[in-house]
Design a protein around this ligand. Structure first.
Ligand code: SAH
Length: 397
């Protein structure tokens, strides 16, 4: 038994009177403001939350530095133990097995709250498991996580990127760690297409798996089309569009490193494309001024709102890029547009698209709402996990 679960090593928290709703809703984030008193060892990584009558309400990972004081993993009398965590990891990986096959060998196998494992994300890229640990509780039970990975997946390498900003707050190391053999780079196949993944130098965990199904959609829409892929990063949407029979593809990204990566990915799949290192906001203006038109536009920018106070400014950014992208649509064209800002609601994003269409003077229909692929489940109790939202739009003129 891991010593952090010993009752004597746990923090004892008492819920403030009037905050009962917080726990009744089973939201896994219990904020400091909902807690009346704390007692127990200073170095505790696990805490139990009680009501005023000494009834246990929840147990989870305790963080003295974080506003999210307790990340609840169990509610009521359910016992939080090493076995429970190991079983949750096993079940989450089992649920991904049907998604992994000869044509797709990369998937998010653990998605934090969506798999009832707050603070833990694991992406499998062929023979590499990339692990993101966001809090001290998970860090202290890393051996359970590593055991489960070796039991269930047996990757060549486990790579702990240790680069989440939250780790600094929790005073955890930010040095990456590689356990296993060979370099922390590999080639994955996704729906039969090949991509290089380099978790040591890439963004996030190295390759955005959440867009897998939306990339397939792009492939199905690309035949005979001229395609513009804005914020192309690894060029993944462009590679899918090429596989779908696009006549011409333009990948645009502000990062030279990303564009080189996109070029290698197109090469790997025997497809050609144009590559532009440019600020997408300036580039769409140039394309519009030059009367360029496309049959499919993909717009997948980085999260413009990293904090709630930035939402308004972010909305202006999304409107601007979408407005110009809409001006580039040829009659009947399709557009895939996304926001991966957690603070931007679907409702607000839809309003932004409306405002962009209005100002662009284009007739646009919503064809489909888009979200992350099913290996990125969202807990019903923690809707904050649903960060990726998008629309398939159609120019109806
Ligand atoms: N569509 C990609 C993910 C995009 S990530 C995929 O399917 O994997 C966001 C990308 O936007 C990054 O590669 C980043 O370099 C790029 N970027 C950020 N700001 C930019 C800007 N102003 N102009 C062009 N690219 C930008």
């Amino acid at each position: 038994m891991h010593e952090i679960f010993d009752l004597k090593n746990r923090k004892r928290l008492v819920l403030k009177r009037g905050k009962e709703r917080v726990v009744a809703n089973r939201h896994p984030w219990i904020f400091a403001g909902a807690i009346g008193s704390e007692s127990g060892p200073a170095e505790a990584a696990v805490g139990d939350l009680f009501d005023g009558n000494g009834q246990r309400l929840a147990s989870g990972f305790y963080s003295p530095q974080s506003e999210i004081r307790l990340r609840a993993l169990t509610f009521g009398e359910e016992e939080l133990s090493e076995e429970l965590i190991a079983a949750r990891i096993d079940r989450a990986i089992e649920r991904r097995r049907p998604m992994l096959n000869a044509t797709t060998n990369a998937a998010r196998v653990i998605n934090a709250e969506g798999d009832d494992l707050s603070g833990l994300v694991i992406d499998l890229y062929n023979d590499i498991a990339v692990v993101e640990v966001a809090n001290a509780g998970i860090e202290r039970v890393k051996s359970i996580v590593l055991d489960a990975i070796h039991r269930q997946i047996k990757p060549r390498l486990v790579y702990l990127s240790n680069d989440l900003p939250a780790r600094r707050l929790e005073e955890l190391t930010t040095e990456p760690e590689a356990i296993g053999e060979g370099p922390p780079a590999t080639t994955i196949v996704e729906n039969g297409l090949k991509f290089e993944v380099d978790p040591a130098s890439g963004q996030k965990t190295g390759f955005f798996l959440d867009q897998r199904d939306n990339r397939s959609l792009a492939r199905s829409l690309a035949s005979g089309k001229r395609v513009l892929n804005l914020f192309s990063y690894t060029g993944a949407f462009g590679v899918y569009a090429a596989a779908g029979g696009a006549t011409e593809i333009e990948n645009v990204d502000g990062s030279e490193v990303a564009i080189e990566q996109a070029r290698r990915n197109h090469d790997l799949n025997g497809s050609t494309a144009n590559f532009v290192v440019a600020d997408a906001f300036a580039h769409v203006r140039q394309l519009a001024a030059a009367n360029q038109r496309y049959g499919l536009v993909v717009c997948d920018p980085p999260a413009f709102a990293k904090r709630r106070v930035e939402v308004e400014r972010a909305a202006r950014g999304y409107k601007d890029i979408n407005l110009y992208a809409m001006r580039l649509l040829e009659p009947g064209a399709a557009m895939l547009t996304f926001s991966c800002s957690g603070h931007m609601s679907l409702d607000l994003f839809q309003k932004v698209i409306f405002a962009a269409a209005l100002d662009a003077g284009r007739r646009i229909s919503f064809v489909r709402r888009l979200t992350a692929a099913p290996d990125h489940p969202v807990s019903i109790y923690c809707p904050e996990g649903e960060y990726l939202k998008g629309f398939l739009l159609r120019l109806t003129e």
